[in-house]
Design a protein around this ligand. Structure first.
Ligand code: AMP
Length: 145
C-alpha cells in the first residue's frame, strides 16, 4: 500500500472523532481529540488525533499541523507530570510500510521507564479500568495556553 490514497471516512479514528465509537478520552478541543491507545506500547500511551480528515502528516494542512504539534507538546508535558517517566517517545507513521495501521493522521506519545522494554506496536489490549485511571491523571495535568 502506497503513502498516497483516498481518505476513508469510515476509518476507526474518524468514527471515534464523530462519537460513533468509544474511546478513553484524555483531552479535546476544536483541533484535536486525544485518547488512550487500547493496545499500548507502554503504560500511559496516548494518541493525539487532529480533527482534520487527512491520512497522514504530509496531507495535513500547515495550520492543523501547527495546532496538533502544540497539543502534542502540552499533552506530553502532562504525561511527564502525571506519570513521571524517564523519557517520552513521540512518533507519527505516514504510510503502511512506515508502520501506519490507522489511516487518519495521529501522533503517539509513549512514556518510557529506564530498563523497561517497549511493547509491540499494536500488541495486547489494555485493561480499560487502568486506561481510565491513567487518562484521568494525564487530563488533570494538562495546561493549554
Ligand atoms: P499507527 O500504527 O501509527 O497507525 O497506530 C495506530 C494505533 O492505534 C495503534 O497503536 C493501535 O494500538 C491504536 N488503536 C487501534 N484501534 C484503536 C482504538 N479503537 N482505540 C484506541 N487505539 C486504537
Amino acid at each position: 500500500m502506497s503513502i498516497d490514497g483516498q481518505y476513508d471516512p469510515e476509518n476507526i479514528f474518524a468514527k471515534i472523532l464523530r462519537g460513533e465509537m468509544p474511546c478513553v478520552k484524555v483531552y479535546e478541543d476544536e483541533q484535536v481529540l486525544a485518547f488512550m491507545d487500547i493496545f499500548p506500547q507502554a503504560p500511559g500511551h496516548v494518541l493525539v488525533v487532529p480533527r482534520e480528515p487527512a491520512r497522514n502528516l504530509l496531507e495535513l494542512t500547515d495550520g492543523a499541523l501547527q495546532g496538533a504539534m502544540l497539543r502534542v507538546k502540552r499533552i506530553a508535558q502532562a504525561v511527564k507530570k502525571a506519570l513521571n517517566p524517564d523519557g517520552i517517545v513521540m512518533t507519527q507513521f505516514s504510510g503502511a510500510p512506515a508502520g501506519q495501521t490507522v489511516f487518519h493522521v495521529h501522533f503517539h506519545i509513549i512514556p518510557r521507564k529506564e530498563g523497561e522494554a517497549l511493547g509491540a506496536h499494536g500488541g495486547g489490549q489494555a485493561d480499560m479500568a487502568e486506561l481510565q485511571v491513567q487518562a484521568e491523571k494525564i487530563a488533570a495535568a494538562i495546561e493549554m495556553p
